[in-house]
Design a protein around this ligand. Sequence first.
Ligand code: SF4
Length: 440
Amino acid sequence: MRFHILTLGCPKNQVDSEGMTQLLTMAGHVEAESPENADYIIVNTCGFIGTAREESLAALREMARHKQPGQMLIAAGCMAERYGTALRRQVPELDGLVGTRRWTQIESLLDLLSRRRQGGELVNLIREGNYSLVRSFPRSARLGVYAYLKIADGCSAPCAFCAIPMIKGPQRSKPQAEIIAEARQLAGLGVKEIILIAQDTTSYGRDRGEIDALPTLIKEITMVAPDLSWLRIMYAYPQHITPHLIEVMARHPQVCHYLDMPLQHGHPDVLRCMGRPADTQRTLAIIEDLRTAMPDIALRTAFIVGYPGETEEEFTALLGFMERSAFDKVGIFVYSPEEGTRAATLPNQIADEVKNERYERAMELQQRISLQVNKAQIGRQMEVLVEGFGDGISVGRTYRDAPEIDGLVLVEGEALVGDIVAVRITGAIEYDLIGVVAGE
Ligand code: SF4
């Protein structure tokens, strides 16, 4: 049978989609390039926040609108997990559901659907046990220059605004041996950059009682994949960044001097209300330690504005914190209440116009900081991993930029995709850099 997977949401979903593709291919099914040519259309949904849900629902409805007789429509991923059979009220054409805790049974779902008549009962593979699945699977040879490697799934943090623990269950770490095997395989397939992901990578191993397991894992990966150019760490929980981790990041040349550590706010009272680490002085000390150990490190974070009860004074303190910490890259998010979370029930929800006005002010400040940071790169010679070219220009990234969320470097001349070229930076705009191949 032919299947087509449409993936929405974050890199964690991309990894699960790749896993489903591999499992179905190994079972003899064939991937179709477009939904029109598929017997099974699988939409791997995102259910994290309102806008992501709307996008997932729109994609499901679009697929439903074009569904042909004999085709089956399946919702997978977070939204399927979160809403279960209630999704069918919104998309009556749905035939099957598979959640984040059972996606490895995608083949069984297709099998069950093939034996059921068209338009029959919804086949529902949601929830079995409390945990999301962190199973390894053979990685695909079709990968590009970078690949995500999921080291854990689920989350055990108590953030009051976040629906992830509800959707995915508590954290469960993938066994180290499986991660090492995947890393070795990815490097063997020619991948230049491996990006470690989880809801919180720095919590890796804590569910097994290991307090500081990430640095050891990183060291192991660099040993089994010596030809790997870059190893990048995403989604670090600030208070779990240890001196050992900083030391390993600084010492191993393959590890990108880059860290994404979502802080969510810069005022202790708001952070406390969020259920997040509220010791901002400690957070600033960690940032300083990172910058001392790696003066060229690029730091990314995310902040939420308009959290319930956030006063003008607390918001101003956030702006002050942003100035002081001067992150290279920042994502600003307007708070949106998520059904089932503690924050959604808090009094003093902030009016939309106030939230939006705060968003604009925070964005304006960060754009100024990011532009300054980018201008400081002018004159530097940096390695650029080429990801595309055309019209006499190559497009790539430096270690300072994670794919899909950070900026790009536009380089004069056409280089081969997958090459790492030395580039002298000659110009900067807010998010991107401009350069020429060094020596030209
Ligand atoms: S650490 Fe991240 S994923 Fe986990 S509950 Fe907090 S915001 Fe959600």
